[in-house]
Design a protein around this ligand. Structure first.
Ligand SMILES: Cc1cc2nc3c(=O)[nH]c(=O)nc-3n(C[C@H](O)[C@H](O)[C@H](O)COP(=O)(O)O)c2cc1C
Length: 182
């Protein structure tokens, strides 16, 4: 896919089914996630992949965290299903480094760029992907279960899979009211 076509047409896809990207595609997607703007080359992010049995584990982690909030059974049932909205989830969390010139805010941006790059790579390879967060991204029990330090941020759950159907490409927003000139 032409790079400009990718940049102008990338979009999210919530309707994802098996099969998961093949091993070579996963390598390409992860490599794209590594090739992001990164002040001082700190690599301030980490990726945790869940597919197959890993999705069951993630479902249990989510449900256990929600149980601690005294949630109703209907919410637990809904939560349990969440990870199965795609055959592959790449969890992206920060891995903040101490640096006198690179504040955490910049490192968080770099981690976000990783999510975006992996979504674009997925799209370019013909897969669908959707960046999701929600309450469970900010939940310390979820972080603990994923062995993510509580000082880190979960930047997103990138759901990736085969497109259930070809979605029409949405029209682009126009930039006019967001641009000014000095
Ligand atoms: C940090 C971040 C978190 C997001 N979390 C969610 C989410 O939890 N649920 C959701 O439906 N969309 C979420 N989105 C939005 C979708 O990923 C997507 O960008 C949005 O639906 C617009 O679609 P588009 O990417 O095709 O323009 C999030 C986006 C970002 C950048």
């Amino acid at each position: 896919m032409n790079a400009i076509d990718l940049l102008l047409n990338r979009q999210s896809d919530p309707l994802l089914i098996s099969p998961s990207p093949d091993k070579e595609s996963i390598k390409t997607i992860l490599s794209a996630g590594m090739r992001v703007p990164d002040h001082a080359g700190l690599t301030p992010f980490q990726f945790i992949l869940a597919e197959g049995e890993g999705l069951n584990s993630l479902s249990e982690i989510f449900v256990d965290a929600v149980k601690l909030t005294d949630a109703e059974q209907s919410k637990l049932d809904k939560t349990a299903k969440m990870p199965f909205r795609a055959p592959l989830i790449v969890i992206v969390a920060t891995n903040y480094q101490n640096h006198d010139k690179v504040p955490q805010s910049e490192q968080l941006i770099t981690a976000g760029c990783s999510v975006h790059a992996m979504q674009m790579a997925s799209f370019a390879l013909g897969y669908g992907a959707m960046w999701r967060t929600g309450d469970l991204s900010y939940n310390d029990d979820v972080k603990k279960s994923l062995s993510i330090d509580l000082n880190e941020d979960i930047v997103g759950f990138l759901y990736i899979g085969t497109k259930a159907k070809d979605l029409a490409i949405k029209s682009s927003k126009f930039y006019d009211d967001r641009v000014s000139y000095l």
